[in-house]
Design a protein around this ligand. Structure first.
Ligand code: FE
Ligand code: FE
Length: 396
């Protein structure tokens, strides 16, 4: 009996994580082939603006699966148009493959919410579920629970260990915007994206006026960071006016300072590698500080910002010895913008307008205390910044 896997999704864009997962499912479940089905309109999920058309997503999926005859990209949901319900797709495939054993492949989240799907009971009558899991204990417990429940209803559920690249489409689109996605894209897909100017890959974001810059930045941040970033910009502008710094530079550094913050730790390393940056041992050990480095990279290479802005972003988390006015302003603005709320923030806000180096010193000391409590080390740059400020304040 022919054994066929069905792997649906938005594939926006298809990446190596999808392809490797499909190949693992072929092996693990002994499948003859997998049909990958890009959706037309996903239920309960809006497709982000600037996304390629469904037919372009299918083109990319065809390129991504071209060198493995066991993987087949299907236009079934695109041709059906409208909201792509899995139940309809399964019914269609059941009709065209009446004798085959069908496996519906899905990730853990989908599996755990399976009984909220439209016509899920009907789906269970036609397929065995193939569930990709990563293997942490909590996840396995939840999966086993759901598997036991569904088995009572007569469902077939098989697990597929997924040891491969795990990367969300949202992250992929950020990597594309920062020109470092190639290592995650199957052969042909990266070229297709470039040739067709998809995902803003060919957009020129250099020297954007502030309103356009704001829109682009907001589209690349996690939604929960937007208020902080706008707050930091406004505070930086205020401080720049107060201390006579360049107001435009302050605004641009403020809005861009956390531009790569939404990139996960390991992907920060990818971003560095793609841009040929060599990392210190400290950065490798504590990738949390990396967003300042990669933010500066992106500000320079993607947004074409000037040296002053780039440097202020570069040192906004760690500081350094002998910081200039703009660097101090961004460091302090990041710490005290209106959304920040912690013991000592009022003191910092006061100092920011009376003695900026002292505000910087207070920020560095608070960071040091915080890191100590967490059992983490202070960066070499922060140590040098503190030592510098101490020397500066020492009586001669
Ligand atoms: Fe930051
Ligand atoms: Fe920040």
């Amino acid at each position: 009996m022919e054994r066929i896997g069905i792997f649906g999704g938005t594939f926006n864009p298809p990446h190596i994580g999808h392809i490797q997962a499909a190949k693992q499912a072929v092996e693990a479940l002994g499948l003859d082939k997998i049909i990958l089905v890009p959706d037309c309109v996903a239920p309960h999920k809006a497709i982000p603006p600037n996304s390629p058309t469904g037919w372009q997503r299918l083109d990319m999926l065809r390129l991504a699966t071209a060198d493995d005859p066991r993987l087949e990209a299907s236009d079934l949901e695109l041709r059906r148009e409208g909201v792509s319900y899995t139940a309809d797709t399964i019914a269609q495939l059941r009709r065209s493959h009446p004798k085959a054993k069908l496996y519906l492949l899905m990730g853990t989240d989908m599996f755990l919410s399976f009984r909220q799907w439209r016509h899920w009971e009907q789906i269970l009558g036609d397929v065995t579920l193939g569930v990709f899991y990563r293997g942490d204990h909590q996840e396995i417990a939840a999966i086993e629970n759901q598997r036991a429940e569904l088995k009572k209803l007569g469902a077939g559920v098989e697990l597929v260990k997924n040891q491969v690249v795990s990367i969300s489409s949202t992250q992929m689109r950020r990597l594309l915007a920062f020109h470092c996605a190639d290592s995650f894209l199957p052969r042909g897909v990266a070229d297709y994206i470039r040739e067709n100017g998809l995902y803003d890959g060919n957009a020129n974001w250099k020297n954007l006026p502030m309103d356009q810059l704001e829109a682009v930045v907001v589209s690349l941040l996690n939604p929960n960071r937007v208020a902080h970033v706008l707050g930091c910009r406004d505070t930086a502008v205020d401080l720049a006016k107060h201390w006579g710094a360049n107001v435009t530079d302050a605004a641009r550094a403020g809005i861009l300072h956390d531009i790569t913050k939404a990139i996960d730790g390991p992907l920060q390393l990818t971003l560095c590698e793609a841009h040929g940056t060599i990392l210190s041992d400290f950065s490798r050990k504590y990738p949390k500080t990396l967003h300042a480095l990669t933010g500066a990279l992106v500000a320079e290479r993607i947004f074409g910002e000037n040296e002053a802005v780039v440097s202020a972003i570069r040192y906004h988390t760690t500081g350094k010895a002998g910081m200039n006015l703009l660097e101090m302003i961004i460091y302090v603005a990041d710490y005290m913008e209106p959304n920040r709320d912690f013991p000592g923030v009022e003191k910092l806000r006061e100092l920011a307008y009376s003695d900026l180096p002292q505000a910087l010193g207070l920020g560095l000391e608070m960071t040091m205390e915080h890191l100590k409590r967490q059992g983490n080390a202070l960066s070499p740059e922060s140590k040098e910044a503190l030592a510098y400020l101490k020397r500066r304040n020492a009586p001669v």
